[in-house]
Design a protein around this ligand. Structure first.
Ligand SMILES: C[S@@+](CC[C@H](N)C(=O)[O-])C[C@H]1O[C@@H](n2cnc3c(N)ncnc32)[C@H](O)[C@@H]1O
Length: 331
């Protein structure tokens, strides 16, 4: 198994070669939450690679401290710890994608490789993890994968149609692409201001240039040539009686460690941390990216939580697609 990741985090007080937080903020400087237009989203898609590069530079250590090596959400069984639920979701995606021992599998947008390692151990497959950037830059070196998977990464793509076409191209005929993605659900109403604010907050906090509907994503997948095997929102799945966002809303922790992490995510606790870090920052002891990182993490956590609560957002819409058998190998 080989899993690669391009981004690393920076720790408190560390000075980076450039101000990734400032770079990220500058991309969104005109964005008024609740008023982002589709034209702005289209413009932002063109800069998505840059947005994500700066975002993952300053946010990776926050993700790691809260979520470990797996940067995705999962629904829960009543007694289930966060790590067990994450592994269960990865096993499920691997199972639904048909990944088996000895397969060569591509993980698109692998983060720091936690899910890739889990799926390799679970299935015995060889997983190659890449970031979306790498997929574009090094696409010539990728070929003939048995299957591909992706967890909560396709939504970052600068050009979704192109990304999907590339995955199609590197799959063997009959190969499957199983992935969980961030979407707005059919309950989302663009005429509702609260919904719009939540959607814009998730996009701003999660480095997502354009949160889409399942319908739009299915159209892209069909356009690329994929057969439709499955499209379902795992957030509504009965095997997850405790919703994914309960961990963000102080409602689901079954271990002391999870309880501690969940307590840290409470808005009241965050507000105190924000003030303390703000004071240290004001005294000049912190890299400027730290404040942007804190604000962005808060937008991500509370935007996702509110989107989950309202039922207008899902981070885990599962698609399983197949490249038809009659399609040739990659050219
Ligand atoms: C929410 S994380 C999910 C990571 C991984 N699939 C997991 O579940 O742990 C989204 C990932 O998409 C990848 N990604 C997306 N767009 C990227 C870009 N433009 N540059 C670098 N990485 C990108 C990064 O690897 C990032 O960690």
């Amino acid at each position: 198994m080989s899993a690669t990741a391009t981004t690393t985090g920076s720790s408190f007080g560390q000075t980076r070669a450039y101000d990734s937080g400032g770079r990220y903020r500058s991309t969104w400087r005109n964005a008024k939450l609740g008023e982002i237009t589709d034209e702005e989203r289209t413009e932002r898609e063109k800069k998505a690679a840059d947005i994500n590069e700066s975002y993952y530079d300053f946010i990776t250590d926050h993700y790691e401290s809260g979520w470990g090596s797996k940067f995705h959400f999962s629904g829960y069984q009543p007694e289930e710890a966060w790590a067990a639920a994450a592994a269960r979701e990865e096993h499920y995606i691997a199972y639904m994608t048909g990944i088996k021992e000895g397969d060569r599998v591509l993980d698109v947008g692998c983060g720091v490789g936690g899910p890739a390692r889990e799926i390799a151990v679970f299935t015995g497959a060889h997983i190659t993890g890449i970031t979306i950037n790498q997929m574009q830059v090094e696409r010539g070196s990728l070929y003939n994968f048995d299957h591909a998977c992706s967890i909560e990464a396709m939504c970052h793509s600068p050009d979704y149609d192109k990304a999907v076409s590339e995955v199609f191209r590197v799959l063997k005929p009959g190969g499957k692409f199983g992935f969980a993605d961030w979407l707005v659900t059919p309950k989302y109403d663009d005429g509702n201001e609260k919904h719009r604010v939540i959607r814009d907050t998730i996009e701003r906090g999660g480095a997502v240039p354009h949160l889409q509907t399942a319908k739009a994503r299915i159209a892209s997948l069909k356009k690329a040539g994929f057969e439709v095997l499955l499209a379902k929102d795992l957030a509504l799945d009965k095997s997850n009686p405790i919703p994914w966002w309960h961990a963000l809303d102080n409602k689901h922790a079954t271990t002391v460690w999870n309880g501690w992490l969940m307590w840290n995510l409470k808005e009241s606790v965050f507000n105190v941390v924000y003030k303390v870090v703000g004071a240290i920052h004001w005294m000049g002891f912190l890299h400027p990216s730290r404040m942007e990182a804190l604000e962005t993490v808060a937008q991500c956590v509370y935007g996702c939580r509110d989107g989950g609560k309202e039922g207008i957002f899902t981070p885990m819409h599962l698609f399983v697609r197949r490249k038809p058998e009659n399609q040739g190998e990659k050219n």
